[in-house]
Design a protein around this ligand. Structure first.
Ligand code: DAH
Length: 339
């Protein structure tokens, strides 16, 4: 019996097949439960004397294993070859591979920074978690100012010593701490306020801050810079309008409107039929702020402004709800693939 089994082992070794049917027949011959070669041997195995069982068992197992391995090996080869032989129709249109694209906020942020870099502003980044001094006090916020209220500010420390910044204006202080005038920077970043989420506001949004400090900087420089920006970004026919306002860190302060980019100033529902859209807050840096940083306010003056990127993106593309920017819905995002 042992010789017979060994002969089969040799047979298995030499066996090869190119069709799946041949492999199936081979499998049947050896492994069929009814009349397979192995089933036959295992039945005989029960009747042989105990002292021969050990050797015979080993050889029998070798045969079983080599049959099983052979089947796996041949099936693998045949499958591999069949993949290669598939007819390919080169004239069929290719599969549509959709490419990722930049988020609209990123696109607009880059565009705005680029506009200011062209006139000499340098882009810098400053911390999102900051202390009361940089976010409020050095910016001339009186101690009782409502913006420090729990309503608006996310405090990181229970004792209110650290905040997630409520605006990028903390960047002005960070920069003036380590640099002497002339200063000319733009500071993009994320900002946070403890506000309810709605179509018009979110607890997280993006701003770009600008700061220019030098000798003899006047309000005219601020106006001219913002007019340049408005024309570059919204189109050369755009006009700007300054409305008196209040910010603790600027004096005088102004909110800036541009002619509505949707209706060109005629009046529509986006500009609430006024023809104007508010785009940013600005002003001349309050001398107190310069002095807080050890900059001589008799010698130097400056302007600053801060704009919300979401707001500007909404105005430009007619996006009606700020929440779209944060939901990551591909149907929304893919509309900005080609901008
Ligand atoms: N920090 C202000 C805000 O978040 C925006 C702002 C207004 C920034 C006037 C400025 C500025 O630099 O001069 O509402």
């Amino acid at each position: 019996m042992i010789d017979k089994i060994k002969a089969h082992i040799e047979e298995v070794k030499k066996f090869s097949a190119s069709k799946i049917e041949e492999v199936e027949a081979f499998k049947n011959k050896f492994l069929s439960k009814k009349n397979g070669v192995l089933t036959g041997f295992f039945t005989e195995f029960k009747n042989i004397p105990a002292e021969q069982k050990k050797d015979l068992g080993q050889v029998l197992n070798t045969l079983k294993l080599s049959v099983e391995n052979k089947i796996t090996e041949l099936k693998g080869k045949i499958e591999e070859n069949s993949d290669k032989n598939i007819d390919i129709d080169l004239s069929l249109p290719g599969e549509n591979i959709s490419l990722g694209s930049l988020h609209p906020i990123t696109v607009v942020r880059r565009e705005i920074l680029d506009i200011f870099e062209r006139i000499g502003f340098v882009t810098i980044e400053t911390p999102e978690i900051d202390d009361d001094w940089h976010n409020f006090t050095a910016l001339n916020f009186p101690p009782e100012h409502p913006a420090r209220d729990m309503q608006d500010t996310f405090f990181v420390e229970k004792n209110q010593s650290a905040v997630i910044r409520t605006h990028t204006s903390n960047g002005q202080i960070r920069y003036m701490e380590n640099h002497k005038p002339p200063l000319k920077v733009v500071i993009p970043g994320r900002t946070y306020r403890n506000e309810d989420i709605s179509a018009r506001s979110h607890f997280m949004f993006h701003q770009i801050e600008a700061l220019f400090v030098d000798e003899n900087v006047s309000f005219i420089d601020l106006k001219q810079t913002l007019l340049y920006f408005a024309k570059e970004f919204f189109g050369h026919k755009t006009k700007v309008r300054f409305r008196p306002s209040y910010f603790p860190f600027t004096e005088p302060s102004a909110e800036v409107d541009v002619t509505c980019s949707i209706c060109g100033g005629e009046g529509c529902n986006v500009c609430k039929y006024t023809g104007w859209l508010e785009i940013l807050g600005s002003g001349m840096v309050d001398p107190n702020v310069l002095e807080n940083l050890g900059i001589d306010s008799k010698k130097y003056s400056g302007y600053a402004f801060g704009l919300g990127i979401e707001r500007i993106t909404m105005l430009r593309y007619g996006v009606k709800d700020i929440r779209y920017f944060f939901e990551n819905d591909v149907r929304f995002l893919s509309q900005f693939e080609n901008i």
